[in-house]
Design a protein around this ligand. Structure first.
Ligand code: NDP
Length: 288
């Protein structure tokens, strides 16, 4: 038996089509501003991908590239300008930032209504209070993917491996909101396999290649592989692999591939969040 493949691109296309339709109902096209500091090649490539996708679905995007030597004060001044600009719907600061800039200070400075990454403490708090407004892109994208493929969340026994602020924690909040019974594992979890074997819905977000092996998976479970790990293959070339061992396909009922699973959902959700941010701002202007 081989697991059903939950491919990201068709689900991402549906999410983008929905976002584009909602954007079309707004008076002006939503505008995403991406701020990057320094010239990390991976960050630059992510930023190009996000801008290209924005254009494809009819959103406007602008990239502000600051030099590696930029100070925290300079970055905060730019964010302040963007916060005040009514023509800016969403602000994304590409992470990681150079050492001289405190990430928390920057993320806290973004207007929560423009916080398309969902990292501002107000948005984190709203999510855990059960009133999600702008939620982190990867977990929200995973929820959309599950819905797209008709994977039942309500009542399901869900186990997440990883407790980062980027993936594991916000996903736990979203799955709880979806009425799953949620367990979050991490590097100090004892007997990880015993816990993961209980999962009807297993999410691997640890950043550890092949961590989840077949004996850790309950037969028929839905397995979401969030991991993106670059490893050297037998051919001497770099390959992208997930946190889930390929042999899990023989045990799981459904599985997301890497690449081409959760990755496309993350970018699509960023644009959906930009439209959501524009909707929130439009509603506030119409009914202040
Ligand atoms: P972090 O390094 O921030 O967090 C990893 C988490 O996994 C931590 O909570 C850590 O535990 C836990 N963990 C690590 N190793 C083990 C282990 N052996 N057993 C149990 N728990 C473990 O990573 P991120 O959440 O940022 O990213 C996770 C992965 O997802 C990475 O591969 C990343 O590249 C990928 N990713 C993919 C995205 C996509 O769009 N597909 C988007 C974002 C991330 P502890 O807290 O105890 O240290």
């Amino acid at each position: 038996m081989s697991a059903r493949v939950l491919a990201g691109p068709p689900a991402a296309a549906a999410l983008l089509a929905d976002a584009a339709a909602r954007a079309g109902r707004l008076p002006t096209s939503p505008h995403l501003v991406i701020v990057c500091v320094g010239d990390d090649p991976a960050s630059r490539s992510y930023v190009r991908g996000k801008s290209r996708k924005a254009g494809e679905v009819g959103l406007r995007s602008t990239v502000h590239a600051l030099p590696e030597s930029a100070t925290q004060a300079e970055l905060l001044a730019l964010i302040d300008t963007l916060n005040r600009d009514d023509d800016v719907s969403g602000i994304l600061v590409q992470l990681p930032l150079p050492a001289q800039i405190a990430e928390a200070a920057v993320l806290h400075a973004i207007d929560p209504r423009k916080d398309v990454d969902g990292f501002h403490p107000l948005n984190v708090g709203e999510l855990w209070a059960g009133r999600p407004a702008l939620t982190p892109c990867t977990p929200a994208g995973i929820m959309y993917l599950l819905e797209h493929y008709g994977v039942a969340v309500a009542g399901a026994r869900a186990v997440i491996v990883g407790r980062s602020h980027l993936v594991g924690r916000p996903l736990a909040a979203l799955l709880l909101l979806g009425d799953a019974t949620v367990t979050v594992c991490h590097s100090r979890t004892r007997d990880l396999g015993r816990v993961t074997r209980e999962a009807e819905l297993l999410v691997a977000a640890a950043g550890s290649p092949g961590l989840v092996t077949p004996e850790m998976v309950r037969p028929g479970a839905t397995v979401i592989d969030v991991g993106i790990n670059r490893v050297l293959g037998a051919d001497g070339k770099g390959h992208l692999v997930g946190d889930v061992h390929p042999d899990v396909a023989g045990v799981a009922g459904a599985l997301t591939p890497v690449p081409g699973g959760v990755g496309p959902m993350t970018v699509a959700q960023l644009l959906a969040n930009t439209v959501r941010a524009a909707e929130l701002q439009h509603a506030t202007r119409a009914h202040p």
